[in-house]
Design a binder for this molecule. Structure first.
Ligand code: MN
Length: 265
């Protein structure tokens, strides 16, 4: 069975909904602007022109509808997240998202042999149950892989260079990403993502939304995501979300994240 996410769909979203990206795209990229202008002249359609210069290949990132095994033991991330939090988070919260997603997919006629990403990029066509649980399942499957007991202090290679170019320094990136998590009111996620201009951006989403979704204020391909729901940290940190975020850097699996970024670019 081959899973292949269709990011042509994702690309078209940037054009339809994200005027901020479109503006910064026009302002920041002379080369792409030329391509865009040429495309508009040739096709008369800005949407087609946008699609022509965006070629995300999501083949290696397709997510299934079932929960995968946790890639480490519940106590492996104790530097940042305690064992009981991990157990409850994985075996109850995240497991429930997977179960409820499969229920929704069955009742709404979704082909579960295809990538979940295909559903997320057109989530506006589905139920609230699909949105909450499809997002919840995707976000957590990604989150578990994004952490490791053998974390390195920072990424290397293309991702480190891109972070330094985009946010001035790696420390400045961490501060801005951390602020996105600290300032998200209520439950949600902080994201590092690649926008429609293939630039790195930081943002946050409420509830279980993510940047793949066509209803999201921020749109793009997730590179790194941080769960800032209270269930992710409350047993050890109570109301101190900032302490959880500051400690979380100790368990980020930069090897996985930088490969994800390099493959996407
Ligand atoms: Mn969670």
């Amino acid at each position: 069975m081959q899973r292949r996410a269709n990011f042509t769909i994702l690309n078209s979203l940037f054009m339809k909904k994200n005027t901020t990206s479109r503006r910064s795209f026009l302002a920041n990229s002379a080369k792409a602007t030329l391509a865009l202008t040429a495309g508009i002249a040739a096709s008369g359609s800005m949407s087609e022109a946008w699609g022509a210069v965006k070629t995300f290949d999501g083949a290696k990132f397709s997510t299934g509808f079932k929960q995968e095994p946790l890639p480490y033991s519940y106590d492996a991330l104790d530097k940042a997240i305690d064992s009981m939090t991990m157990e409850i988070h994985y075996s109850r919260h995240a497991a429930a998202y997977a179960t409820n997603l499969q229920d929704a997919a069955k009742s709404e006629g979704v082909d579960m042999t295809k990538p979940l990403e295909d559903v997320l990029t057109k989530i506006s066509k589905y139920s609230v149950k699909m949105r909450n649980n499809g997002g919840g399942h995707y976000n957590h499957e990604f989150f578990w892989k994004s952490m490791s007991s053998a974390s390195t202090e920072k990424p290397s290679g293309k991702l480190l260079t891109a972070l330094e170019e985009s946010f001035n320094s790696f420390d400045s990136f961490k501060n801005q990403f951390g602020d996105a998590g600290k300032n998200r009111f209520g439950s949600g996620w902080a994201w590092l993502f690649i926008d429609g201009d293939k630039k790195l951006r930081i943002g946050s989403t409420p509830n279980q939304d993510n940047p793949l979704m066509d209803i999201s204020d921020i749109k793009g391909f997730p590179v790194l995501g941080l769960d800032v729901w209270e269930h992710a940290y409350y047993l050890r940190y109570q109301n101190k979300r900032a302490d959880y975020i500051n400690n979380w850097w100790k368990v980020v699996n930069w090897g996985f994240i930088q490969n994800r970024y390099a493959t996407m670019m």
